[in-house]
Every structure is written in structure tokens, then in C-alpha cells.
Design a protein around this ligand. Sequence first.
Ligand SMILES: O=C(O)c1ccccc1N[C@@H]1O[C@H](COP(=O)(O)O)[C@@H](O)[C@H]1O
Length: 214
Amino acid sequence: MPKDIRVKICGLTRAQDMEAAVSAGASFVGLVFFPKSPRHVEIATARKLALTVPPGVAKVALTVNAEDALLDAILGEVPLDILQLHGSESPERMAAVRSRSGLPVMKAVGVAEAADLAALDTYGRVADMLLVDAKPPKGAALPGGNGLAFDWRLLTGRRWPVPWMLAGGLEAGNVAEAIRLTGAPMVDVSSGVESAPGLKDAARIAAFVQAAQS
Ligand SMILES: O=C(O)c1ccccc1N[C@@H]1O[C@H](COP(=O)(O)O)[C@@H](O)[C@H]1O
């Protein structure tokens, strides 16, 4: 019987990719505002993409240690539902972003080993949502979107008082196993549904959503 797993497709840069994500049944779509990323979108592009998203699909803005000026510029133009903080934002900064934006905040936490799990407990007390992602390798240019998985067994028995998503190296071929091992109620993918960095593939998106929900 299909499970009620909700899927986020992140790093959408083109109208056809947004359409593919929505048609495939994504519950969340992500726009990346981080110039070092191949998935970065300018604010005007993000606005156009966001305006095509139907009600019921949550529009998520991904930022990395963004300052108020950038957040204000994004929020002034792009209709959004959730802010994803994917940098080293402290719990205090996160709370400030939430009250400035008036939006729920999802904090990404990188995991590579058991010692990294403490941060999830900390942010789980103050964030509206958690994103449990693979920790980037040392020296990586991007704090996420590296197509890298972590040992999902680290999450066995771990729960937090807020909704959470699993991310990091997911693709159609491994997402069902990742959900089985972690009990994740939601999953997030970027590079695993691309044909090239920043370019999504409609068939891979559809296969991912189907595998997550099968
Ligand atoms: O996708 C990016 O380019 C990106 C840049 C900076 C921070 C996070 C980014 N992506 C997020 O990383 C995870 C996992 O991505 P992947 O599936 O392993 O490629 C996902 O949450 C994206 O939202």
C-alpha cells in the first residue's frame, strides 16, 4: 500500500523542471539562493517560477548564512511558504530570521557520524522543521547538494518534536531503503533527479516520487 511520504524537489531553475516536479506530485519545491551553487536562481527568475506553483505545493527558499538585506530582497519579490537555512546559522539567528520573515524556518543539519546528532536535538527545540542532510566533505564548495549520502542507520530510533525531512544523495534507486531504515516521513532530493548540475530530468523526478511513495 502506498505510504504518505511527502517529497521535496530542490534546486529548480527552469519552468519545465518546476512543472515536472509539480506534475510528479512533489509537496515542496525548492529554490536555491546561493551564487556558488549551479542551482542558484536570480530573484526575478525565482519569482517567475514561484508564481507557477499551484496552491498546496509549498515553495521553499534555500539560503546559506544569508544577511537580512538578501532575505528582505527575496521576501519582497518571491511568494514563499518556508525558509530553508542551510548554513551555520545559530538557533538565535534562526529565531531572528523567523520573526523577520514571518515564515516557518527549516534548519538543515549535516550528519556524518553519531556526534553530529546532538545538533538535531538542539535545533529540534527551536526550528519549525528539520532537514537531516549529509555533512559536506571538508573543503566542499557547497554545504549541500553534493549527492552524498550518510549512514542512515545513525538515525535509527531518533525522533524530534518537529516535522523532518531526510536528504543527501537520495535517488530513485535508494530512496525506499533510506525511508525504511530511517522512518523519514519526508524526503528531499536535488542532484539525484538531475541530468546535469542545475538541470532537472522529468523522468528521474517522476521515478523518484514514485519510489518514495511505493
Ligand atoms: O542544491 C544545492 O546546490 C545546495 C546548495 C547549498 C546548500 C544546499 C543545497 N542543496 C540541498 O542539499 C540537500 C541534498 O542535496 P542532494 O540531493 O544530495 O544533491 C538537499 O536538501 C538540497 O536542498
